[in-house]
Structure formats: C-alpha cells, structure tokens
Design a protein around this ligand. Structure first.
Ligand SMILES: [Zn+2]
Ligand SMILES: [Zn+2]
Length: 337
C-alpha cells in the first residue's frame, strides 16, 4: 500500500509499505479522506514542538471499515471515523474520565504514525460510528470536536458575549458551538477574508480586525462596557494569548485551545481584580465527537463549507508547501484517497 511520510521538515515522500498486520483489539480502516490541519502543516514546516521524524502525518480521518476488530455495533463496510488520541487507560487523567489529556497519550500523526496511507490499524475502542454522514463530514468531526470541547470547558450560557480569537478551522468550530450554546459570538482575526467568512457563512454577529480596529474600544461598545465573559483563544500565538487577559469581563473565563511553546505572561493585579478563571482545553472526548455528529445530523453545523482546497492523495506532496502560504487562503484542505 502507498504511504506518504514526512521524512524531515520540508520533505514528504511516497513509499510502498506493508498492509497493516491484524492485532487483537484493533480495527483496520481503508482511509478515504484526510483533513489537513495546522499541526500537519507545522510539522512539515518544522515548527511543531515535540515532533520526531520520520512521521506519517494525518489525524483527521474518515474511512471504510475493512475489519471491525470486534468493535460492538460496527461491521465491515461501515463509514467511520475514530478518536485519534490513543490513551493508556490507567493514568490519573484516564481514571478521572479525561482520556483527552492522558499522561501517556499517543496522538496518531503526532506521537505515532497517522493516516496518510491507504490503510491504518487503529484500536477498535476508538472507532466512531458514521451514522450515515459522508466521508467529508466524518473527516471534519475531529477538528470540530476540539472546538466543541473548548466551548464545553467554557460552559457558555445563553446570551453571554463569547470572544473567539483566531478564525482558523478550530476557531470557526468554536464559534459554531458557542453560537449553538446561545452565546453572542465576537470574532477577532487579522485576516479580513476569514472575518467575512465568519459573518457571511457562520452568522457571527460581530467581527473585529486588530489591524484596523481598536479591539478594546470595540469590545466595550459591543458589550455595553461589560467586556466578554468568555474568551477562547484559537490562535496559538503568545502575543494574542497575553493580550486576551485584558479583554476579560470581571468574573470571566478564559480558555486556551490553541497552543504555543513560550510562557504566558499575566499581570497578576489585572487577573486578580477580575477573579478570573484560566483553563486549557486539550483534544476532545468521545462525548464531544458524538455531540458533533448529532449537530451535523441535525444541520446545526455545515462544516463542508470550510473545505477550500481538494486534492488527490497522489498529489499531496506537491501541494503541501503551498498550503502554508496565507495568500492561498486555505481554511481546510481535504485529501481524497
Ligand atoms: Zn488537527
Ligand atoms: Zn492515560
């Protein structure tokens, strides 16, 4: 079978590999779609922390079940996705119902080889039933589940102002689930095209571009002087994250979904006077995956609109570098295998 490996930063190469061996408890999935995410692009670029090469990328996956591996409720031929976070089942996080932040987590395409291949062996317990969704939709569940998890962490209440910083694919998902939770969403991004997308396609009420707007003044105006009670960062930019502390209402929750490798700098008096809550949000749980499936099935989210670029598996190596260039306007690139 054909495999695409990121051999070192900047180098993707196709090779012929062996069909996955059957392993007790594992299912075999014939990969049909691979969504490309910032993690994949940063790994290719060489800016992803804790990354080892060579690595087969790809964790936003959909495919046909070739062997269900004994998973209950699944049969061969089913269209499936799976939770790409292989957890240990025994650590403190796993024992506390938080496998998404397992101490020994192995994320497919990050800590273990992922899905840029024709077939992949995955633990059967991680399968998610497709429930009639298309392969495109199934491959979009994982990035949306990350957004759904962040919104769940923030515990968004109807009528609250929710400031979402960063309108990339993860930020867009956060905006959708914040809206579904009843929040008044405010989107901040430097990219005018993405802000227009938020407004026109996702029905986001307020958009702010820090290049032309005074963010704090606009937030005061929108919230009647209160400032947002929920702030969710989806930039993974140290500067944006540090700045977010100043946009919080008193009593606000600040959730970091994006990740960057440096320290967060907070003014303690500014944080203290607000009695603020700071949280990180990592990956997603099975509940989040199933919630996303139900939102897709009921038409509350229509994420296929995020797909801006489509390419066949054979042509991925040639396209990858181009997707890093903001000029190409990639929101979500989708690979067909
Ligand atoms: Zn991703
Ligand atoms: Zn664990």
């Amino acid at each position: 079978m054909k495999i695409l490996t990121c051999e070192e930063p900047g180098k993707l190469a196709y090779s012929e590999g062996a069909y996955p061996e059957s392993i007790e408890g594992n299912a075999i999935v014939r990969i049909k779609r691979i969504g490309v995410c910032g993690t994949d692009l940063h790994a290719f670029e060489g800016t992803q922390p804790y990354f080892c090469y060579p690595r087969v990328l790809g964790h936003e996956l959909a495919g046909e079940l070739i062997n269900a591996g004994g998973a209950e409720g699944f049969k061969e031929g089913d269209a499936v996705t799976f939770i790409p976070y292989n957890n240990c089942g025994t650590c403190i996080a796993c024992r506390s119902g938080k496998p998404n932040c397992c101490v020994n987590i192995k994320v497919f395409g990050v800590h273990a080889d992922g899905g840029m291949a024709e077939y992949l062996s995955v633990p059967a317990r991680l399968l998610v039933n497709g429930q009639g969704l298309s392969y495109d939709e199934l491959a979009l569940i994982e990035p949306l589940a990350i957004g759904a998890h962040g919104v769940k962490r923030a515990n968004v209440q109807p009528g609250e102002f929710v400031l979402v910083i960063g309108a990339g694919p993860i930020g867009l998902g956060i905006m959708e689930f914040a809206r579904i939770a009843g929040g008044n969403v405010i989107a901040v991004d430097f990219n005018e095209n993405r802000l227009t997308f938020c407004k026109d396609r996702l029905g986001v009420s307020y958009i702010i571009n820090p290049q032309v707007d005074d963010v704090k003044a606009r937030l005061e105006e929108i919230t009647n002087g209160d400032m947002p009670t929920v702030i969710i960062d989806a930039t993974g930019s140290q500067k944006a994250i540090n700045g977010g502390f100043y946009y919080m209402a008193h009593g606000a929750r600040y959730v970091l979904v994006g990740l960057q490798k440096d320290e967060i700098i907070v003014s303690h008096p500014e944080f203290h006077k607000r009695e603020a809550t700071l949280m990180s949000s990592r990956n997603a749980t099975r509940d989040d995956f199933e919630y996303v499936v139900s939102c897709m099935k009921s038409g509350k989210v229509n994420p296929e609109t995020y797909i801006t670029h489509r390419v066949d598996f054979d042509d991925v190596a040639d396209c990858f570098a181009g997707w890093l260039d903001p000029k190409n306007g990639v929101i979500k690139a989708m690979i067909s295998v």
